[in-house]
Design a binder for this molecule. Structure first.
Ligand code: SF4
Length: 245
């Protein structure tokens, strides 16, 4: 849910990473619906995907022995680090100065897997899908998937869900890389992997998307319609949306 609060001269906009990626990667009309507190019923595909995530987490707990990560190790860029799956929470904070007000946007999330290898910060996100073959012709991930990993890569991190700045840490690095694994939901095996280093172009894409998300949420501009009937038909908010086509 997107929450907006004003305090003196600053507006605080808090949302989940998925509110942002769903809106800017799928449909901008989800923003006003999320501000109203409308939540979709979890779809069958979401329920099965969540189950696969839990199974993967359990598998790692049972089969991989990971050493606890010490703060001195995190601070040493030369040290390779691997955090346990689903054990790191992210907070992305981005200030914007608009003519009428200052805004601080905060996006919170939970990362599937984060590590640092040879100075490269790597964020991995797994998508467990029923028919991974639908990705055969795709050369790039969907915009919402890309925005999700970029948001994680540009966050501070914490081992606790509660968003407490005292708990935040950064991971020094020389480069940043994202990996999106499209996995078969039945076997949980990766079927296709999209991966790339973060460059100036992708960082610009993240910034402009965050700015547009903010201006729509604060009602400075109207959402733009994608004009795609199939997208509306597949939308999890279609029964609440007056802009459905
Ligand atoms: S029904 Fe269509 S216009 Fe409405 S939120 Fe969903 S995709 Fe967007």
């Amino acid at each position: 849910m997107i929450k907006i609060e004003k305090e003196k001269n600053t507006t605080f906009l808090n949302a989940a990473v998925t509110d942002f990626t769903d809106a800017m990667g799928y449909c901008e009309y989800k923003i006003p619906l999320s501000i109203q507190g409308i939540k979709p019923k979890p779809s069958q595909s979401l329920i099965l995907g969540t189950k696969a995530h839990h199974a993967e987490e359990k598998y790692e707990q049972e089969h991989v022995e990971l050493e606890p990560v010490l703060i001195e190790e995190i601070e040493n860029e030369q040290k390779n680090i691997e955090f346990a799956r689903e054990n790191v929470y992210s907070t992305l904070s981005m200030p914007f100065e608009f003519p009428s007000e200052n805004v601080l946007v905060t996006l919170s999330g939970r990362i599937d897997k984060i590590s640092r290898v040879d100075g490269t910060l790597i964020v991995q996100d797994d998508k467990f899908v029923g028919r991974p073959q639908t990705y055969d012709q795709k050369t790039q991930p969907y915009p919402s998937q890309l925005l999700q990993v970029l948001a994680y890569l540009n966050s501070v991190y914490s081992g606790k869900r509660k968003n407490d700045p005292e708990e935040w840490f950064e991971m020094p690095h020389s480069s940043k890389k994202w990996e999106l694994r499209i996995c078969d939901r039945k076997t949980r095996e990766p079927y296709k992997v999209f991966s790339d280093y973060q460059d100036a172009f992708s960082l610009h894409y993240l910034h402009t998307s965050l700015e547009k998300f903010t201006t729509i949420a604060l009602d400075f501009i109207e959402p733009e319609h994608h004009n795609s009937k199939p997208k509306c038909n597949a939308c999890n908010l279609k029964s609440f949306c007056e802009f459905r086509i």
